[in-house]
Design a protein around this ligand. Structure first.
Ligand code: UD1
Length: 354
């Protein structure tokens, strides 16, 4: 059986690591990897393949950045030839990026079967490009691999029960595996932060936070006012938007570093006192690793993380400093995201329906 994975952006490489590994464990599975080129900086792409030991992509469309329509359209055009050549039994798309939507649409239009990994997540915020991407992809796909019961319920509410299988969350597979392999690996933080003392970790990249200069300034000022040092691993979009708006990211508690490799991020989060982010993946990783999170958004797709205040939604920058400094919760963190075997379950769901 031939599975063709379409990936392009950083969080998809993490999910791909789990899937590539599971595919390799099944003798009857041939796995083709297509990289759209949505993320192309070495720190946003290559290091993930190297550190997570993902096989090199069979095809790289090298699409790069652009407006949503141009970027997605270029990927669609590029995918035709790839799918014609490979004729996969399943095209597997991941998460909610423009690469997900393009992969799903191109396969559907060629009458090839599509499976959506991480199906059924909803923010119910129609301003987010990710929300359009996931809703459209779920409705286009033939098989919906849902990470949680909440995701299953969303799909059921949209009439998609028959196509849904709950597998658990594949990012959890990778997070737990990588965390267990780190043991005493030293934590690497931007200069000026002592990893042995209290520190926080932050990433901010969503358009809602970066593209409005007043909002971005509010977020950065709140982080700079923290009582402990904060490692800000800065996405290229954040760096570019801060520069345009004349906002200096470093200062006060904030120490700026480049985006880091996945094991380095997990190591930093595992030992941190707090995490601040607008990333879906990092909210969940903080939860899995038992580090309290503050999510700079009005809503989250990963609602389970909010239980017992392990993750807190902080839409107002003015509330951020106090939220980040809150004490670590003492209550449970139930294992909502599966047992670390979601990727094998996903591959088997495809094999059963080839
Ligand atoms: C994309 C996903 C988002 C995901 C995020 C992870 C969509 C709609 N969004 O957002 O869901 O959480 O990836 O990082 O698909 N850039 C570079 N080098 C790169 C990549 C991007 O400099 O390797 C810069 C470019 O200026 C680009 C901007 O970052 O225009 C945004 O990149 P893009 O891939 O469009 O979206 P992300 O914000 O990364």
């Amino acid at each position: 059986m031939k599975i063709l994975s379409v990936v392009g952006a950083r969080p998809q490489f993490v999910k791909l690591a789990a899937i590539a590994d599971a595919a390799a464990q099944r003798d009857d599975v041939e796995h083709i990897i297509v990289h759209t080129g949505q993320h192309y900086d070495a720190a946003m792409s290559d290091v993930f393949f190297a550190d997570l030991r993902i096989p090199a992509p069979d095809v790289n469309l090298a699409i790069g950045s652009g407006s949503h329509g141009r970027q997605t359209g270029a990927m669609l055009a590029g995918m035709d030839e790839v799918l014609e050549e490979h004729q996969p039994d399943w095209t597997l798309v991941y998460g909610d990026t423009n690469s997900t939507l393009a992969g799903a649409l191109s396969a559907v239009k060629m009458h090839l079967k599509v499976a959506h990994l991480e199906a059924g997540l909803r923010s119910f915020n129609r301003r987010m490009p990710e929300e359009h991407n996931r809703v459209i992809t779920d409705h286009a796909a033939d098989l919906l691999l849902a990470p949680t019961e909440v995701a299953r319920a969303h799909l059921a509410a949209e009439g998609l029960t028959d196509r849904t299988v709950v597998t658990g969350d594949v990012m959890t597979d990778v997070c737990l595996r990588v965390a267990a392999s780190l043991e005493d690996t030293p934590v690497a933080l931007p200069e000026g932060i002592d990893p042995a003392a209290d520190y926080a970790v932050a990433t901010i990249h969503r358009a809602d936070n970066t593209d409005d200069p007043a909002r971005l300034r509010g977020i950065i000022e709140a982080l700079q006012a923290l009582d402990m040092p904060l490692a800000l691993f800065a996405h290229p979009r954040l760096v570019a938007k801060a520069k345009d708006a004349g906002i200096e990211l470093a200062g006060g508690a904030v120490h700026v570093g480049a985006p880091v490799a996945y094991p380095d991020l997990i190591n930093a989060v595992q030992h941190a006192r707090a995490v601040v982010t607008d990333s879906g993946g990092l909210q969940k990783e903080a939860y899995l690793l038992g580090t309290p999170g503050s999510t700079v958004r009005t809503e989250t797709e990963w609602v389970e993380t909010l239980e017992n205040d392990w993750n807190r939604l902080v839409p107002e920058p003015a509330d951020l400093t106090a939220a980040v400094m809150r004490p670590r919760p003492t209550a449970d963190r139930p294992a909502h995201y599966g047992d670390g075997h979601a990727s094998l379950r996903s591959i088997d769901a495809l094999r059963e329906r080839a």
